[in-house]
Design a protein around this ligand. Structure first.
Ligand SMILES: Nc1nc2c(ncn2[C@@H]2O[C@H](COP(=O)(O)OP(=O)(O)OP(=O)(O)O)[C@@H](O)[C@H]2O)c(=O)[nH]1
Ligand SMILES: [Zn+2]
Length: 196
């Protein structure tokens, strides 16, 4: 839901700007942790909190469908180092990932920027890293019309670094579709490229 003018009493002509319910939730949170939401410094915090959550959840990936005519070869295309931020669904704490997307465009060629747009689209929601890579791989496959897609993400989760076990660590997750799942040679070519 966005922060918008809302209809009052079912009368579409009577509108006013309604306060985002997230503002009230943030005020309650501040009170619960012993803060005064009306003190200097915190007065605008509930509205900022609401804005950042809406910005995160309502992320618009923009245009995704730009495709180019295939050049008729089956070269491997790898886009690496795509940095995304997501939120772990267990603790609502951020994790960041460096995402690599590879595909063998037997169908059409996908515009270069679209790989990052897709990665951000699926990062902007409550996630686990394993599902994030799976969803990106499926979307790239659907958009490009090629079954051969690999996605690798290396992430650090604040829920592990700043709380709980407090052991910063990197998690790597992979999604291999099509020949990437069955052909060790193709995966080897990808790993060689990533090492180069
Ligand atoms: N597999 C996976 N686990 C995640 C991810 N993000 C967070 N987790 C883990 O989710 C688990 C939730 O475990 P719980 O035991 O229910 O929660 P908790 O008591 O706060 O666990 P601790 O983090 O060990 O203190 C933790 O082990 C987290 O490290 C993710 O993307 N993938
Ligand atoms: Zn977590």
């Amino acid at each position: 839901m966005s922060v918008t003018d809302m209809e009052l009493d079912g009368d579409p002509s009577a509108t006013r700007t309604a306060e985002d319910p997230l503002v009230g939730i943030a005020r309650q949170l501040l009170e619960e942790i012993g803060e005064d939401p009306d003190r200097d410094g915190l007065r605008d915090t509930p509205a900022r909190f609401a804005r950042w959550w809406r910005e995160f959840i309502n992320y618009d990936p923009g245009s995704l469908g730009t495709l180019f005519e295939s050049i008729g070869t089956s070269q491997l295309v790898v886009v690496s180092g795509i940095q995304v931020w997501s939120l772990c669904e267990h603790h609502l704490l951020p994790f960041n990932c460096s995402v690599t997307i590879a595909y063998r465009p037997t169908g059409q060629l996908l515009g270069l920027s679209k790989f990052a747009r897709v990665a951000h689209q699926y990062a902007h929601r409550l996630q686990v890293q394993e599902r994030l890579v799976d969803q990106i791989a499926l979307e790239i496959s659907t958009l490009s019309g090629t079954p051969d897609v690999a996605v690798i993400a290396k992430g650090e989760h604040l829920c592990m670094s700043m709380r709980g076990i407090k052991a910063p660590a990197q998690m790597t997750s992979t999604a291999y579709r099509g020949d990437f799942g069955t052909d060790p040679g193709l995966r080897g070519e990808l790993f060689d490229l990533l090492r180069a």
